[in-house]
Structure formats: C-alpha cells, structure tokens
Design a protein around this ligand. Structure first.
Ligand SMILES: NC(=O)c1ccc[n+]([C@@H]2O[C@H](COP(=O)([O-])OP(=O)(O)OC[C@H]3O[C@@H](n4cnc5c(N)ncnc54)[C@H](O)[C@@H]3O)[C@@H](O)[C@H]2O)c1
Length: 257
C-alpha cells in the first residue's frame, strides 16, 4: 500500500498535527522522506512534537480565526501535499447546541480546508503535481444524533473534495483530492467525548465505547492513527489519480450492514 519513493523531497503541510491522527500522519510522512510543516493551535504540544520529528517545522495558528489562518495559508503556497485534518467535536441535542460552537466547528473543519486549498492549488498546478487529503469521517457519509455541526462539516467536506477534484482534473491530472472517512479512531478527540456521550444518551461512561461508539462497526475495534496515516501515504502514490474525488471509507464495516 505504501509508496514512499514519491514522498522524497515533497513538502507536506498537516493541520491539527499536535495530536492524534495529524501527528501520526506527520510522523509517517517524515519517515518516508517528506519535509513536514505541522500546524495546530498555539500552546498545544505542537513545538514539542515538531522537535521529535526530524526536519519538520511548525506554525501555531487558530484556524477558526480569519486573521491567523493567513499564516498557514501563506505556508500552503509551496506545499505539494496538504492534509486538512484539524477538527473538534461537540455533543449536544440541536435545541441546546450553542450557535457559536456550530460556527467554530464549521470554520475549522470546512472553511479552513477551503481557504488552505485555495492557497495551495496554484503552486500545485504550476509544479504539475499535488495532493489535497481531507480527513473526513464516516460522519461525512452518514449521520449520528447529537453531532449536528460535526456531521454537517464532514458532509460539506466531501462536497468540497469532489469540487476540488473536478476543477483540478481540468488543469492537471496529477493534482488530486481525496477524503478519508474513518469510524472511531483511538485519539484524544474520542476519549474526550465519552463523558459527553454518556450525558447525551444516558448510558454509563464505561459502556459508551461498546454500546455507542463501536455499536455500528462490524469489527468491534478502534482504528489507530497509524492506520489512517497509512491510507494517507497510499493516496500520495501513483495510482491515486484513479481515486480523485472519492471518499476512502475506513469504517470497520459500519456501512456494510
Ligand atoms: N478520532 C476519531 O474517531 C475520528 C474519526 C473520524 C475522523 N476524525 C477526524 O480526524 C481529525 C483529527 O482528529 P483526532 O481524532 O486526531 O483528534 P485530536 O483531538 O487528537 O486532534 C485534533 C487536532 O485539531 C486541533 N484543532 C482543533 N481546533 C483547532 C483550531 N481552531 N485551529 C487549529 N487546530 C485546531 C487540535 O488542537 C488537535 O491537535 C479530525 O478532523 C476528526 O474529525 C477523527
């Protein structure tokens, strides 16, 4: 699956790279010869983690801030691979869902990928090669209750992925766009929502993993961040042009029912 040779000398920017899936992608791309730019909120483990990844650099910026995001957009101008990964969750009924939370989630998980893609595409067209990899979710394909903003953002991200693919195909067949759609992955994002899910569903926190999060998986196992990184590496290979605009499902059988 892994085709590391294509990454030698490639410049990769990963958002949300201080933690979880973004960190695993940054590590995997660096291990395979890419030069990695890691971005995340200032004050996270970003600097520490960047120091652990040889040759990487980092940019602290809040992607929901329309001014701060320009720092990251500027850095996108010379990247070959953009991984839109930063994300956050909020679990609540729609009636109690704060509108400002909805706006922040849409800003980070849909507006930011649009803004960063807009900055990255001209250089990719010029160099005749590029990859936009959007870390979506099984929640880009199906909904679950109590996640109105997250589900809306991820469905939107699949629409954005398809639109990028269609526009890029007209310009250069080796500039491609992909969405990766995992079900639950063992990261802090999932750990933090166990308590919120328990409150929203009335289920004991100790039972949330089996009775809520994994209930629709055919394989009752959390995905690892390294599994998602492996898929991202594959999408940088030569055959990826055949999959432009598609959503790569990593759902442990969720949608097979
Ligand atoms: N963990 C899962 O089960 C799962 C499943 C499917 C998809 N995903 C997606 O994978 C991506 C990564 O999630 P994760 O599970 O690794 O979570 P995580 O919480 O470990 O990492 C997310 C990162 O995004 C960063 N981030 C959040 N708000 C930001 C902002 N305003 N500006 C800049 N950075 C910001 C966080 O600081 C964090 O480092 C997300 O888009 C998430 O929706 C996760």
């Amino acid at each position: 699956m892994n085709q590391p040779e294509v990454l030698l000398g490639k410049r990769v920017l990963v958002t949300g790279a201080a933690s979880g899936i973004g960190l695993a992608i940054a590590q995997a791309f660096s291990n395979n010869g890419a030069q990695v730019v890691m971005t995340d909120l200032p004050g996270t483990a970003l600097e520490h983690n960047s120091n652990e990844i040889p040759g990487s650099s980092y940019i602290g910026a809040d992607l929901s801030d329309h001014n701060e995001i320009t720092k990251v957009a500027d850095a996108c101008q010379d990247v070959d691979i953009l991984v839109n990964n930063a994300g956050l969750q909020y679990v609540s009924t729609i009636e109690e869902f704060p509108e400002e939370r909805f706006d922040t989630i849409l800003s980070v998980m849909l507006r930011a990928p649009f803004v960063l893609t807009k900055a990255a595409l001209p250089g990719m067209y010029q160099r005749r090669w590029g990859r936009i990899i959007n870390i979506a979710s099984v929640h880009g394909l199906v909904a679950s209750p109590f996640k109105a903003a997250y589900v809306s953002a991820k469905h939107g991200l699949l629409g954005l992925t398809k639109t990028i693919a269609l526009e890029a195909a007209q310009r250069c067949p080796d500039v491609t766009a992909h969405a990766i759609c995992p079900s639950y992955v063992s990261t802090p994002l999932v750990e933090h929502q166990i308590e919120a899910q328990a409150q929203a569903t009335g289920i004991e926190p100790t039972k949330v993993l089996d009775d809520v999060l994994l209930v629709r998986n055919a394989v009752k196992r959390l995905i690892t961040p390294a599994d998602v990184a492996e898929a991202a590496l594959f999408l940088c290979g030569g055959a990826a042009w055949t999959m432009t605009g598609s959503a790569l499902s990593m759902d442990a059988g969720w949608l097979a029912h």
